[in-house]
Design a binder for this molecule. Sequence first.
Ligand SMILES: CSC[C@@H](O)[C@@H](O)C(=O)COP(=O)(O)O
Length: 344
Amino acid sequence: MVRAIEWIDAGTESHIRLLDQTLLPGSETYLEVSTVDSLIDAIQRLAVRGAPALGTSGGYGVALALHEGARKGWTADEVKQNIDAVANARPTAVNLAWGARRAETFVAEGFERVLEEAHAIGLEDERANRELSKLGADWLLAQIGDRPLRAVTHCNTGALATTAWGTAYGILHELHLRGRLEMVYVDETRPLLQGTRLTSWELKNDGIPHLVEVDGAAASTILRGLVDFAVIGADRITANGDTANKVGSVALALACARKGIPFVVAAPYSTVDEATTTGDDIEIEERSDAEVLEFAGVRAAAEGVRAFNPAFDVTPHDLISAIVTERGVVEASTAPQPLFPQAS
Ligand SMILES: CSC[C@@H](O)[C@@H](O)C(=O)COP(=O)(O)O
């Protein structure tokens, strides 16, 4: 299985190795990241992306800040500023700041302890993804019946987007291994094509039958009865179950509600933000005009035209049939509010 993010132990040369996802599927190129600035650049360019992978990046980012700080003689304040910069590199996926703040707790105990915590974040993520994939597959088969299923998914939620295995993708993979998955419709995922470039690459490598469709086809695919369910990942799930994910996700939810088929959100519990009450309070990242107005680096829109480029949307909890985490399946539309009460 592909590893999107790894810590390379090499003494004074220790660093983070990232698979550069901007170059997939054409080239499997690894970035050797040894400074906080280059990690932030990789996060903002989406060389590393996907909420759980960002969580692990946050953890390793703190280790990197200590490592670079020791080399360059940073003060404690400078180390702290660099940790904050990693935590804030992208705003919507809660995992990034969560991972950074979790590892930061151990700064006073030194680099080795921070690195140990960052490794733990990654290991827990893989375990969570494997567990939630089984739970999600069980739930879907119980709901829909024990027959080959057809699915639609949006963006990329596989090993590339996580430390390993995947979330929504993990459920699809699990159904495939059980011989219960007939076809996956993969939304291309404008504007950066995570579906076309990344999800279809992973599905192809895993031998899972799929078709890539333009994002605008998804609602009609659902209404025409071509799929039995939709499954997506999440960047942030608030206390009431509202879910931020890649822009375009809410269209799938609306179509599934109209058609009466399950719309499932899958994420490790690290994506649940108990401190945020509803989706209205989620900061939605807005990205550059060029991503929308250019096609393969060539301007497609007339000069002077501006874009609106939110990277995420929020699906209200009442449109979500189930939220699957490693802790279990919550049927979001019927469960009491808040779904995920703040830990006391
Ligand atoms: C398991 S990944 C879940 C989400 O992070 C994923 O669906 C998504 O929206 C990723 O957006 P991206 O902008 O590629 O980081």
